[in-house]
Design a protein around this ligand. Structure first.
Ligand code: GAP
Length: 513
């Protein structure tokens, strides 16, 4: 087993064992690529959502939030292009009968080449030590250069073939690269076909009158159809944004990698409406702002990179992904898209209604352009969770498993632990919980020896443990243990709330932006 798959397996089993993520309807053997968030997972997810929402809506005077319905008029999806163009190229293996996304098979092949480059760099870095110049090595090492060129040319050809809808060439590429079925090693492939990802359903009680609907594949359209309503009722002036979080549904062909690619998932999207001609500037600004939002979490600058798209979605004139280093390599975490006036213009065409804005400075009416930021909440959850899970060797040959969540995102902020279950310590511990619970998500734990309770809270990612001992009864002080350093200080009970809150609140995190 490679180190990567080993780490990923640990992530999945820890998420289940500690009450973060369960397979959906597990007692019926689960449902493929659908997951339930458990007691701790729901809390982590809420905190990520709150961080996103407040950074958008609370910190920007010109961004407002809405909550549109999942069901939308079916013509919405004709206008948005999803009925005709929201397809993935699929390919079946004739021997294993397994279905794959043709583009993903090629991208995984390229990821292996990139893995070889990284290994080469790692080896050289060890060999040269402090003198190692990675940029120079990348630019001059013949093996690295050859692999870089190979990867780039494969991706270019894939992008061009998909752009031209030349599915025969995508199949030819798979054959030329001798890509085989990951399950059986067979290279007996069918032709590549397009597959629409939207889920259909029906609205209405009788079969004759029922209306065919789709479950929304993105939350963005709920924003576009409400553009004028929000602009008028909110008296919004361009540039302004509309933010929304909510469920989206896609019948993904390749639904693996845990919560990375799900069939039911949650998006956090913001559409920023701007005057035509200013899209380049706003696109760059939002790319920068969104990266800042990620970096404020302190999960390592080296774990993020931009990937500018060669192949653009049907609505975009520029697009970039913020990729994150997941346990299975760098993959898309968030998309920033310059969507032009595609969506609003298309809704105008299909509804016959004007979705325009009168710009007093330009003294003209126009259909605004849009720059969108779109991030999957579940994917962000996986990024935070997998980055935080570490095994630490301790002095004395022991080890501990810790979820080093950014403090503001941790499900519980403090655990209150009476040293023993007698002598009035549980009672005092309970009064501390009562005091803290109004401002901080606090838990009480009295079971097992205190060392084991520390380990349990480490494995849940709780930033602070408060231990109540006999001295506490005498002088109203407790021990405050910090999760990452494991340092303990003696602190007055009266100071607990502000000391902890200063370090764990979403406000503290937002102030880093
Ligand atoms: N409105 C634009 C849009 O939906 P997208 O790139 O298709 O763009 C945006 O999706 C984000 O939604 C992705 O960057 C990813 O984080 C998340 N996402 C997309 N499909 C997903 C899936 N099947 N499971 C989990 N997250 C997904």
């Amino acid at each position: 087993m490679t180190q990567q798959t080993d780490q990923f397996k640990k992530v999945i089993s820890h998420a289940k064992e500690y009450g973060f993520v369960f397979p959906s309807s597990e007692i019926y053997d689960g449902l493929s690529a659908v997951y339930d968030y458990a007691q701790n997972g729901a809390a982590l997810k809420n905190n990520i959502r709150e961080y996103w929402w407040k950074s958008m809506v609370q910190l920007h005077e010109n961004i407002v939030g809405i909550d549109a319905a999942i069901f939308m008029h079916p013509t919405t999806w004709k206008a948005s292009g999803h009925v005709d163009a929201f397809n993935d190229p699929l390919i079946d293996n004739k021997v294993s009968k397994k279905r794959y996304r043709a583009d993903v098979l090629v991208e995984e092949y390229v990821a292996k080449i990139e893995g070889k480059i990284e290994k080469e760099i790692e080896k050289a870095s060890k060999r040269f030590g402090a003198d190692f110049d990675e940029a120079q090595f990348r630019a001059t090492n013949p093996r690295v250069l050859a692999n870089q060129e190979k990867a780039a040319s494969i991706l270019k050809r894939l992008g061009q073939s998909l752009e031209k809808e030349d599915l025969a060439d995508v199949r030819a590429l798979i054959e030329e690269l001798e890509i085989s079925c990951p399950e059986t090693g067979s290279r007996d492939w069918t032709d590549v076909k397009q597959f629409n990802l939207m889920f259909g359903t029906k609205l209405g009680a009788s079969a004759d009158t029922a209306m065919d609907l789709y479950l929304r594949p993105e939350t963005a359209q709920g924003i576009f159809v409400n553009f004028l309503n929000v602009q008028k009722t909110g008296r919004m002036k361009l540039p302004f944004g509309i933010a929304q979080t909510g469920k989206a549904f896609r019948n993904e062909i390749v639904a693996r990698q845990f919560i990375f690619r799900m069939r039911e998932f949650e998006q956090m999207e913001m559409q920023f409406f701007i005057p035509p001609g200013t899209q380049k500037e706003w696109y760059e600004r939002w790319k920068e702002d969104r990266l800042k939002w990620h970096l404020a979490l302190g999960m390592g600058k080296e774990n993020y990179r931009f990937h500018d798209h060669e192949k653009l979605a049907h609505y975009a004139d520029a697009a970039s992904d913020i990729e994150f280093r997941f346990p299975f390599g760098f993959k898309e975490l968030e998309g920033i898209h310059s969507r032009t006036d595609f969506d609003l213009s298309s809704h105008e065409k299909y509804t016959g209604k004007k979705l325009q804005y009168f710009d007093p400075e330009r003294n003209e009416n126009y259909t605004p352009y849009v720059v969108e930021t779109s991030i999957g909440l579940d994917r962000m959850f996986l990024a935070v969770f997998s980055n935080s899970l570490v095994e630490e060797e301790l002095e004395g040959g022991t080890s501990r498993t810790v979820l080093k969540f950014p403090f503001a995102l941790a499900p519980n902020k403090a655990a209150v632990l009476p040293l023993v279950k007698k002598d009035g310590l549980p009672e005092l511990a309970r009064t501390i919980v009562e005091e803290l619970k109004w401002d901080l998500q606090t838990v009480y734990d009295e079971k097992d020896a205190v060392g084991r309770r520390y380990r349990r809270q480490d494995a849940l990612g709780t930033p602070f443990c408060i231990t109540v001992d006999h001295q506490s009864l005498e002088d109203q002080t407790v021990t405050l243990r910090e999760r990452d350093s494991m340092e303990q200080i003696r602190i007055a009970i009266a100071d607990l709330k502000t000391t902890i809150q200063d370090q764990v609140s979403i406000t503290t995190l937002l102030k880093k932006l």
